[in-house]
Design a protein around this ligand. Structure first.
Ligand SMILES: Cc1cc2nc3c(=O)[nH]c(=O)nc-3n(C[C@H](O)[C@H](O)[C@H](O)COP(=O)(O)O)c2cc1C
Length: 376
């Protein structure tokens, strides 16, 4: 059996993965699915190296690259200096974030250190049009990359045309049925219905009602179901809802290939599905994260409102860097979906594929038996 999304890339399994880790991406593609690399955490130079590494480790299998097109990023940011952008963050916010760190015995950066770290972040990673363009140029130089995915918003049509001329497919995440028509008009090849329970940026519509609506609105464009997929029976359910495959992110965080730290992995293995929260405290837009000390601090009375994207990232990315270095269990709040409640211990990508595909096959058989019984 091959779904339309599998046929598009010649895949053996209807499993697409989102990950910031090059090892996960290559392992997923080698296992018969389609790994897709997130590009928001690294510089353009890092991306060049990572895609080179994936090319060397993916054999002849396809992979994708996820780009934050920043359709909503204010244009004026493109022409501002890092100092000017830093100046847009209110003092109250800088002090609040320092205080969160101090409460958990993590020393904040000094003023001079912070300026340096934030300036580097703005130069290398701020979600602007210029950053998206520079990343795309890197992708276009790597012919084994077969798909570009827009993380937020409709991909610009000149990029869809360029990608198509190079034989790349273009996909996009959508969280609301009303957005589908804009993607269709722009000419995307694949849509990813990202529902409420998903890790990372996500809308507020649950997948059970989102996927069928997106699939109907998008037809004949194939749709992937994203949100909560941890087991094979959920792949069967996603196909039943009208999807042509699944797009999963959280499930790979607990693998040996992932760069998730041992403390973060332990947090996730003992977490329940109620331990995550959609919050604007990481990027300025709703992102589902583990509800650790950093997330909880923004919910306390008197906490400031998170800033709009991309200013909130300017404010908090330096604190995330400190948090990564110090690994204080009570503070860490990594992005992850509600599926985290189904993660129990470290495994690897190949094993996840084996378990998912076995359970998927068993579920399809059971459903066939049920259909026969119901018809009898
Ligand atoms: C740690 C993490 C980081 C993410 N970062 C991005 C991102 O940069 N771009 C993007 O398109 N999606 C991102 N996502 C969302 C995924 O693309 C996907 O929609 C989501 O993981 C699916 O739900 P699941 O986590 O329940 O599998 C992220 C997800 C996770 C778990």
């Amino acid at each position: 059996m091959q779904t339309e999304a599998m046929k598009m890339f010649g895949l053996q399994a209807p499993i697409f993965a989102f990950s910031h880790c090059q090892d996960v991406v290559a392992a997923v593609s080698r296992a018969g699915g389609m790994g897709t690399l997130g590009t928001t955490r690294d510089s353009v130079e890092d991306l060049e190296n990572m895609l080179g590494w994936i090319d060397d480790h993916v054999e002849d299998e396809p992979y994708g690259v996820d780009i934050m097109f920043a359709s909503n990023a204010p244009k004026e940011f493109e022409n501002m200096s890092a100092r000017e952008i830093i100046g847009l963050v209110p003092e109250e916010h800088w002090a609040f974030v320092d205080e969160i760190l101090q409460t958990h015995d993590v020393p904040p950066y000094s003023k001079a250190e912070k300026e340096e770290v934030v300036e580097t972040y703005i130069k290398e990673q701020l979600r602007t049009h210029a950053q998206a363009e520079a990343r795309l140029e890197v992708v276009y130089r790597h012919p084994k990359a077969r798909m570009i995915v827009s993380a937020l918003g409709v991909p610009p049509s000149h990029h869809i045309e360029r990608a198509h001329s190079l034989g790349l497919k273009v996909g996009a995440l959508v969280g609301h049925p009303r957005h589908v028509k804009y993607h269709k008009a722009a000419g995307v090849d694949l849509l990813i219905a990202a529902g409420y329970e998903a890790g990372g940026h996500t809308g507020d519509i649950a997948t059970f009602v989102l996927t069928p609506q997106i699939a109907d609105a998008a037809a004949p464009i194939p749709v992937l179901h994203a949100g909560g997929v941890m087991r094979g029976r959920q792949i069967a359910a996603a196909l039943a809802l009208g999807a042509q495959g699944v797009w999963a992110g959280t499930v790979w965080l607990g693998t040996s290939e992932a760069e998730t730290t041992p403390i973060e992995k332990d947090l996730m293995f003992s977490a329940s599905s109620g331990d995550t929260k959609r919050t604007r405290c990481g990027s300025g837009k709703p992102v589902r994260r583990f509800q650790g000390g950093f997330v909880r601090a923004w919910d306390q009375p008197g906490a400031p409102e998170p800033l709009p994207m991309p200013l909130q990232s300017v404010l908090v990315e330096q604190a995330f860097k400190k948090m990564r270095n110090h690994q204080v269990e009570g503070l860490l709040s990594p992005p992850c979906g509600q599926g985290v409640g189904m993660m129990v211990e470290q495994t690897d990508v190949r094993n996840i594929f084996l378990e998912m595909l076995t359970e998927f096959g068993e579920t399809m058989e059971k459903l066939g038996d049920m259909r026969d019984e119901l018809a009898a």
